[in-house]
Design a protein around this ligand. Structure first.
Ligand code: 2NE
Length: 275
């Protein structure tokens, strides 16, 4: 079903013929921890998804199981390349480029489904959180570790988590750094469904195919509307951008453009002032 869309070092990027993309973090020996290069590759792949009008849904997942039998979605920033001011890229420049990826996924006008088997921890937990939907395998484990390892995500990692699970639970997750099972995650509204690990991808494909039967513009505007509720002026910009896109597709907007090019006054009187 999948064919390789582009070859990378740290991730796999595949597409199906029926409008689904699959992006996989492929560092199972590190529980799929990300380094700056991993994030650069993810940004490249998600940007490609954005530009491909055939793709409507992305499955975002982690490679596994590893040779020790353990699964992971992502265990956050790779601590072995963490320098004094961020995660060091190959040139030694400190980066926190996962924040750019978070914004890209949230503003992608397509649906992103996280498929979580095993650990979704630290910055890896935030990555599943900011996806539109999360399907968990029954072996999934969720949690933040920041205050244990000298880090935190006070952006979506804190405020959006609180929107999803409530203020008390979000503070518990960050202050105690406990790990939570898939069943607990389902109970607190952190994931949409839990399935046996061997059925995870098939379930993700079923959800994607169901979404792909729906109106792309309606889904696009709904995603922007959900974002706008949390994202302030940046969220409103997204939603308003979609309104402009839809307006450009009307005769009324086309009349304005035509009149300008034909050097005549626009005839907007032909259009109703609807109630
Ligand atoms: C994920 C977890 C709980 C798994 O535990 P376990 O016992 O199943 O595996 P183990 O033995 O800890 O890990 C297996 C191998 O993966 C490496 C380990 O070092 C180990 O390597 P070897 O000893 O076999 O060579 N590994 C796992 N996670 C790694 C990581 N994040 N960086 C580098 N190597 C890693 C357990 O491994 C765990 O707790 N991992 C650390 C989770 C963590 O604290 N992540 C960073 C949080 S901060 C963050 O992500 C962040 C942020 O807060 C703000 C902005 C950006 C990022």
């Amino acid at each position: 079903m999948w064919h390789t869309a582009k070859t990378y070092e740290d991730i796999l990027y595949e597409k199906s013929e029926d409008g689904i993309a699959k992006i996989t973090i492929n560092r199972p020996h590190k529980r799929n921890a990300f380094r700056p290069k991993t994030i650069q590759e993810l940004i490249d792949a998600f940007s490609n998804v954005r530009e491909d009008p055939r793709i409507g849904v992305v499955l975002f997942t982690g490679a596994g199981p590893h040779t020790d039998g353990q699964y992971a979605f992502c265990s956050g920033g790779d601590q072995s390349v963490r320098g004094e001011a961020g995660y060091l890229d190959e040139a030694g420049i400190p980066r926190l480029n996962v924040l750019d990826l978070q914004r890209l996924i949230r503003s992608l006008p397509k649906v992103v489904i996280a498929l979580v088997a095993g650990y979704a921890i630290g910055g890896g937990h935030v990555l599943h959180l900011i996806c539109d939907l999360t399907i968990a395998a029954d072996n999934a484990i969720f949690g933040q570790t920041g205050p244990k390892v000298g880090s935190f995500d006070g952006g979506f990692g804190a405020s959006y988590l609180a929107r999803v699970v409530g203020q008390k639970k979000a503070r518990e997750i960050w202050f105690l750094c406990r790990q939570y099972t898939a069943a607990q995650a389902l109970e607190m509204g952190l994931v949409n469904a839990v399935v046996p690990v061997e059925e995870l991808e098939a379930e993700g494909i079923r959800w994607a195919q169901e979404i792909l039967q729906k109106s792309p513009l309606a889904i696009r505007c709904l995603k922007a509307a959900f974002n706008a509720d949390c994202d302030g002026q940046a969220g409103l910009q997204e939603l308003a951008g979609d309104a402009t896109l839809l307006f450009y597709m009307t005769e009324e907007a086309a009349e304005g453009k035509r009149a300008f090019l034909e050097k005549r006054p626009p005839n907007f009187r032909q259009f109703p002032w609807l109630p």
